[in-house]
Design a binder for this molecule. Structure first.
Ligand code: 4AD
Ligand code: MG
Length: 431
């Protein structure tokens, strides 16, 4: 008999098949038992009718505990009431391992309890759906960049220098030297863009941020494209096309998951390039009009400011040209102004905050050297980065998209901790 996975059931209508599955949930009466089965590829209802199976099978079905693993044999039939569209008429059950007191029952649990049990919580329907959406975002990312002529390049994780400021670094020993866990692969991606033209990376990044918000992780994954011969505005166009592509791919390929999460897909359907742009200057004026009196030109935006701006639009919005004083050393100044830089943050709708930070990079040697010294960064650690500006330097731009914030937004998760399998948070290194 053919062993298949739940997602393959539609191809086997009318056949008797074998599934390896866990019991997610169960309902039964004297005559019939409904087994909610899951195998990682999906969820399906198994129906055990007392009159149709051996007495012993029906008794077994009724006594199955949550998360017991088993092989189930049954016939694939249609089930118009479920969104999956199919169910299994169970004929035989072979228990592999009986689970005892699975801690996450279908009732409500507190967040800390769920986080302590993250290794098991991942099996729940909602967490399963979010992980599948994360997977689709990653898949669509590779597809988008490969189709658009980008090569994937992997920057190092152990590094000697800091691109995004020194306050949030995880320091470690590299034999006798000091080293840091990467907080961004950008500087290496700039070198790679000079070799390969258009590149992108996808990897973990680390920030010792003491922030305890629904947008901050200590370890998060970033997609960092970098493009030679590319200026500020072209960079924004790639970003809006990329984000639209990812959202449309999830809508197309994760219908069941979005439904299981009760995601309002009408809010995602119109996420199509182009996205609106607002300058930092205009954003400050807008915030003043909205009653945020305290914020002044030169201040960075907090979550409430970003949310107020984002609420004004129904697509992600670029906030462009931030003050030079609140951005990293490497950003290219505005050609006609010395107080703002050629950068943009992309703010997601619905309060999910900044999902992308990007900019045109300084390509002039002297200016970069000056900016390093203004930021009191050790020139020796950045010698190789500076040297890129001596060997056929070109205008170039890039950006970093935070995977977990993007996944949280698309799936409508309350907190970024649900958008990564094993979140690293303030005070949480386990499981
Ligand atoms: O804006 P950031 O700090 O930009 C950079 O690191 C650039 N070097 C990227 C580049 O141009 N190559 O971070 C980029 C994105 C943010 O927009 C946000 O989505 C995410 O990374 N991010 C975080 N996500 C979760 N937890 C945190 N603590 C994050 N910090 C940044
Ligand atoms: Mg940023």
């Amino acid at each position: 008999m053919k062993k298949i996975m739940i997602h393959e059931m539609p191809k086997h209508l009318g056949e008797t098949v074998k599934l390896g599955a866990w019991l997610a949930n169960k309902r039964s009466s004297g005559k019939i038992a409904f087994l909610q089965l899951r195998d990682g590829s999906g969820f399906v209802q198994g129906v055990v009718v007392k009159a149709d199976v051996a007495e012993e099978i029906f008794t077994k079905a009724k006594s199955l505990t949550q998360e017991t693993s088993m092989y189930v044999v049954g016939e694939v039939t249609k089930d118009e009431r479920s969104s999956f569209g199919f169910e299994l008429q169970v004929k035989d059950i072979e228990v592999i391992h009986e689970a005892v007191d699975f801690p996450i029952t279908p009732k409500e649990h507190g967040t800390e309890f769920l986080m302590d049990n993250r290794h098991l919580w991942l099996r729940s329907r909602k967490q399963h759906a979010i992980m599948k959406i994360r997977n689709e975002v990653i898949r669509a990312t590779y597809e988008f960049f490969n189709e658009n002529g980008f090569a994937k390049v992997d920057p190092p994780i152990l590094t000697g220098s800091a691109p995004e400021g020194t306050s949030e670094l995880f320091q470690t020993k590299y034999f006798d030297e000091d080293a840091y866990l990467s907080q961004s692969g950008q500087l290496y991606m700039e070198a790679a863009a000079m070799a390969l033209g258009k590149v992108f990376s996808f990897g973990p990044t680390f920030r010792a941020e003491k922030s305890k918000t629904r947008r901050h992780l200590i370890e998060f994954w970033m997609i960092e494209p970098e493009m030679a011969f590319t200026e500020f505005e072209e960079n924004l166009e790639v970003q809006e096309q990329y984000v639209s592509y990812v959202v449309q791919s999830v809508l197309k390929n994760c219908k069941l998951e979005l439904e299981r999460l009760d995601r309002d897909v009408t809010k995602l359907e119109h996420i199509q390039a182009p996205f609106p742009r607002i300058s930092y200057d205009d954003a400050i004026t807008f915030l003043h009009e909205k009653g945020f009196e305290d914020i002044q030109w030169g201040d960075d935006f907090g979550a409430p400011h970003e949310t107020a701006i984002a609420e004004h639009y129904d697509k992600p919005v670029f906030i462009t040209h931030y003050p030079i004083g609140i951005k990293p050393f490497y950003m290219q100044p505005h050609p006609e102004r010395d107080d703002v830089v050629l950068c943009a943050d992309l703010i997601a709708p619905e309060g999910y905050g900044e999902i992308i930070g990007g900019s045109e990079r300084i390509h002039d040697y002297d200016l970069l050297k000056q900016r390093l010294s203004e930021h009191e960064l050790d020139e020796k650690a950045y010698a190789w980065y500076l040297e890129l500006r001596k060997q056929g330097s070109v205008p170039h731009s890039g950006f970093g998209l935070g995977l977990e914030r993007t996944v949280a937004w698309i799936s409508g998760a309350e907190h970024v901790r649900e958008a990564i399998p094993f979140p690293r948070l303030l005070n949480r290194l386990y499981p």
